[in-house]
Design a protein around this ligand. Structure first.
Ligand SMILES: *Cc1c(COP(=O)(O)O)cnc(C)c1O
Length: 441
């Protein structure tokens, strides 16, 4: 019996959209750096009865009755996350990475306070101070960037800006940056200007949890992440603190004997709920617990190392084929190709690769002269293909296939090239079936 047989009978239209998506995920190659395939166990938890339960509050302190079983799931998620990242505090309730960031910003800033984050067009995220996002609209946001020549963040410039701006919060982290962040240096700058430091590790969280990238906890006041990128869990967010501390705004709480300054953990929990969210998604939190359990297994370390090895092999092949990679290479799971020397825009490349069965996203490159709807680059990542079991040989093969499409972009036979590559990609994907992961119907 198929998984969605009831849905198929009751609502054939929605069912058809899901079967279409299953086919797409099965037969085409996913290279979007922020995507992955969760395990079937994670999907079972997310598709479970826990979606029916209201559980405002936290384990043992809920505003609703009947929470004894969802409490077990949330406690498992919290305990496993603490073990995974070696942190004292975690909140697993944020519905998304953006909500996690919103909770941190609202918990320690007042409207109009100065903040610093990586420029969106240099690889940063909307929630790091972009003018079209709450972070740029409610706060006095200043963006640091990468060096025009090297494509790498210039820490001297970061320090210079911090001295000038005197931010209350500095955000380190990115969505399209293939180097690591020197969080020790960021912390020194933050301490020098009296700022708090938040690392948003939404992208590399899985690599950090596996120990193949440095753990951010010791250098940061706050670490936020998504749970669905390299961490390979369900779609959601999470907030962590290596060590708890007294909240810097001096918010107090009444006690029997008078009052005391609240710990940051208390302020943060209250910021997530009731501050910015209502009821937690308990089915997703159960899925997070399952995913963290998987990430604690030795196999996950092997997976994370392979993600990095595949990205390195792909980058080397692209460099060999004359591609320009922003920052010169990769130390994580992704790379940003600047296609200006190939006379193709990001938009055209994304569309042609789609026709060839390869999914990537167009992406601004630093100092881009094109709009965000056109762009000069594409972002390529290895987390999802590595979950399928692909290794270095396939990574090199894929770089070659991408090059075949991009090299032919301005040729009259481009449609034929896309068709040929699509057939090869389909064959490649079908020879790496998603056993235990991904599509299920
Ligand atoms: C993906 C991402 C987020 C946001 O995650 P959503 O779940 O899409 O809100 C936040 N920060 C960074 C750096 C990201 O890459």
């Amino acid at each position: 019996m198929m998984k969605h047989d009831i849905l198929k009978m009751q609502d054939p239209e929605v069912f058809a959209s899901i079967t279409g998506e299953v086919r797409r995920q099965t037969e085409t190659l996913e290279l979007i750096a922020s995507e992955n395939f969760t395990s079937r166990a994670v999907m079972e938890a997310c598709g479970s009865v826990m979606t029916n339960k209201y559980a405002e509050g936290y384990p043992g302190k809920r505003y609703y009755g009947g929470c004894e079983y969802v409490d077990i799931a949330e406690n498992l998620a919290r305990d496993r996350a603490k073990q995974l990242f070696g942190c004292e505090y975690v909140n697993v309730q944020p519905h998304s990475g953006s909500s996690a960031n919103m909770a941190v910003l609202f918990s320690v800033l007042k409207p109009g306070d100065p903040i610093m984050g990586l420029d969106l067009s240099h690889g940063g995220h909307l929630t790091h101070g972009s003018s079209v996002n709450f972070s740029g609209q409610l706060f006095d946001a200043h963006s640091y960037g990468v060096d025009r020549e090297t494509g790498i963040i210039d820490m001297n410039k970061v320090e210079e800006m911090a001295m000038q701006v005197r931010p209350k919060l500095i955000i380190a982290g990115a969505s399209a940056y293939s180097q690591g962040f020197d969080l020790k240096a960021f912390r020194q700058i933050a301490d020098k200007v009296g700022a708090l430091l938040m690392a948003d590790v939404a992208h590399p969280a899985g690599l950090m949890a596996a120990g193949v990238m440095p753990n951010p906890m010791e250098h940061c006041h706050f670490v936020t992440t998504t749970t669905h990128k390299t961490l390979r869990g369900p779609r959601g967010g999470m907030i962590m603190m290596g060590k708890d501390f007294e909240n810097p705004l001096g918010i107090t709480i009444k006690t029997k004997t008078g009052s005391r300054v609240k710990m940051m953990s208390e302020v943060m929990d209250a910021e997530v709920m009731p501050g910015i969210q209502g009821g937690p998604l308990m089915h997703i939190i159960a899925g997070k617990a399952v995913a963290f359990g998987e990430a604690l297994q030795p196999e996950f370390k092997v997976y994370a190392q392979q993600v990095k090895d595949n990205a390195a092999a792909m980058a080397a092949r692209f460099l060999g084929l004359g591609y320009h990679i922003v920052s010169g290479g990769t130390k994580n799971h992704l790379m940003l190709l600047d296609l200006r020397n190939k006379e193709v825009t990001g938009k055209v490349a994304e569309n042609l690769l789609h026709d060839a069965g390869i999914t990537v996203n167009k992406n601004m490159v630093p100092f881009d002269d094109k709009s965000p709807f056109v762009t000069s680059g594409i972002r390529v990542g290895t987390p999802a293909m590595t979950t399928r079991g692909m290794k270095v040989a396939e990574s090199e093969q894929i770089a070659g296939l991408i090059d075949r499409v991009i090299s032919a972009a301005n040729q009259p036979d481009i449609a034929d090239v896309c068709k040929q590559v699509k057939a090869e990609i389909r064959e490649l994907c079908l020879s790496f079936p998603l056993d235990g992961y991904g599509p299920l119907i």
